[in-house]
Write a protein that binds this ligand. Structure first.
Ligand SMILES: *Cc1c(COP(=O)(O)O)cnc(C)c1O
Length: 432
């Protein structure tokens, strides 16, 4: 009925998440609030791990891309589920380590890691550093020497693949700030340099072709391109690259009309390509990593708001204003992302009211969704925006000095706070 299995209509006619009434959650914890179903997150973790286990016979690993939603509790959940973690900043790394995450299962990404971040990664013994560029490679080699350590690295490669998604989230093509280009020979040169540098151990290569991808083809193509590169590197240097990290980007359901590919299908097809094609090329089947972010948490989360003013502009449109906005969900403003919106306390009623859901920020563009179909609403109703589990809390800002909402985790019908609501004191704590 809804875009995620964890959402249901309960006997009161309210929207429920993980068996918990969202209207009760709103009254207990206030709005706006992010709410996640922990069992849904766990089920997603297990589905990925199981299919990697099955398709690669243990010769693979799932890393949760923590940028999708990062806080200590999600790190603990992923740790318990045996996943590794992909972090892209000192802050994400710090969060993971504070949650007790095993540093050896952490992969550190980023196109411009700072000196301090590289030191932090080396000091804490992160498993792999995914090197983005030649400057970073040399810098890391010098730093690792100073720490008397060997940095195990992957090289980020731009495989040059157009993944048919929104331009802003297309990262595999040559015109991208991420990684080494294949076509220009830059990537091969990076392999040679990495093999020569002191205190650097080249473990593998990485690519990430984009986000919210529904087709399997671009992933298959990426796998082939990367294997071709591994074979070419072996031919040129005699060194065989052992790890292949294929990144994330698995699409999820935002709208009822979205038809994401079941990742089982993706895993089957891509693993077949990897196994057979590496055989053809005469290289060993690499250890395969995948990095789902959105697909682990996106559909497991929703945002609850309270409706304030309902402003009907005759012959134009009706604005329904909520007590949050672009501060807690900047994705409509950034990418015109689509979402389903449901009136949580009238969830059983027909969605025959066309509205533009607006935030409370001083920006005309501060909209959550335009021309969306919801139940007829009035001030005081609770609105739920669905599938906001990824890139909402993690992208939230304090624009207009609005406090960031809390994160509520529901487990077996019981809600608990895992990130507290920000306070005005916290907003001003760094002000002199
Ligand atoms: C963003 C990102 C991911 C996760 O992408 P999703 O679309 O959320 O699955 C994985 N790996 C890298 C390197 C990324 O930049």
């Amino acid at each position: 009925m809804y875009v995620s299995d964890c959402l249901t209509l309960n006997e009161k006619g309210h929207l429920a998440i993980g068996g918990c009434d969202t209207v009760d959650i709103a009254s207990a914890f206030g709005t706006p609030a992010y709410v996640y179903d922990e069992n849904e997150i766990i089920a997603n973790c297990r589905a990925f791990s199981k299919s990697v286990e099955r398709c690669y016979g243990g010769n693979g690993m799932v890393l949760y891309a923590s940028k999708a939603f990062c806080c200590k509790e999600i790190c603990r959940i992923c740790g318990r589920e045996g996943l590794g973690l992909d972090v892209v900043s000192g802050g994400e790394l710090f969060t993971a380590l504070s949650a007790g995450f095993d540093p050896r299962r952490i992969y550190f990404h980023g196109n411009n890691k700072t000196h301090a971040e590289l030191c932090q990664a080396l000091e804490n013994g992160v498993g792999r550093i995914v090197v983005d560029n030649i400057f970073e490679l040399r810098h890391l080699s010098e730093l690792a020497a100073r720490y008397v350590k060997t940095a195990e690295i992957l090289l980020r490669i731009k495989p040059g693949i157009d993944a048919h998604t929104h331009d802003f989230i297309k990262t595999g093509q040559i015109d991208s700030k991420f990684g080494f280009a294949l076509e220009t020979g830059e990537a091969m040169q990076a392999v040679k340099t990495a093999l020569q540098l002191e205190n650097i151990s080249l473990a593998g290569v990485h690519c990430h072709i984009g986000s919210q991808i529904f087709d399997i083809d671009p992933f298959e193509l990426a796998a082939r391109v990367m294997l071709d590169f591994i074979a070419a590197a072996k031919a040129e240097t005699g060194f065989e690259i052992r790890e292949l990290n294929l990144g994330g980007g698995f699409g999820i359901q935002y709208l009822k009309s979205d038809r994401p590919t079941p990742f089982e299908d993706y895993m089957e097809k891509v693993s077949e390509v990897i196994k057979s094609y590496s055989g053809q090329l005469g290289v060993k089947t690499p250890f395969v990593l995948i990095e789902p972010g959105r697909a682990i948490v996106g559909a497991a989360g929703i945002t609850l708001y309270t409706v304030g003013a309902v402003k009907e502009i005759p012959d134009v449109r009706t604005y329904v204003s909520v007590d949050g906005g672009m501060g807690d969900n900047p994705r409509y403003v950034l990418y015109q992302s689509r979402y389903e919106v449901v009136c949580a306390n009238k969830a059983a009623e027909k969605r025959d009211f066309t509205a533009t859901v607006a935030g409370k920020c001083c920006e005309s563009g501060d909209l959550i969704q335009e021309w969306t179909h919801i139940q007829p609403v009035e001030p005081g109703d609770i609105l739920a925006v669905l599938s906001t589990g990824a890139y909402n809390y993690s992208m939230a800002s304090n624009y207009n000095r609005i406090c960031r909402p809390p994160v509520i985790m529901v487990k077996d019908g019981q809600p608990r706070v895992v990130v507290k609501r920000e306070t005005f004191e916290q907003l001003t704590q760094n002000d002199i």
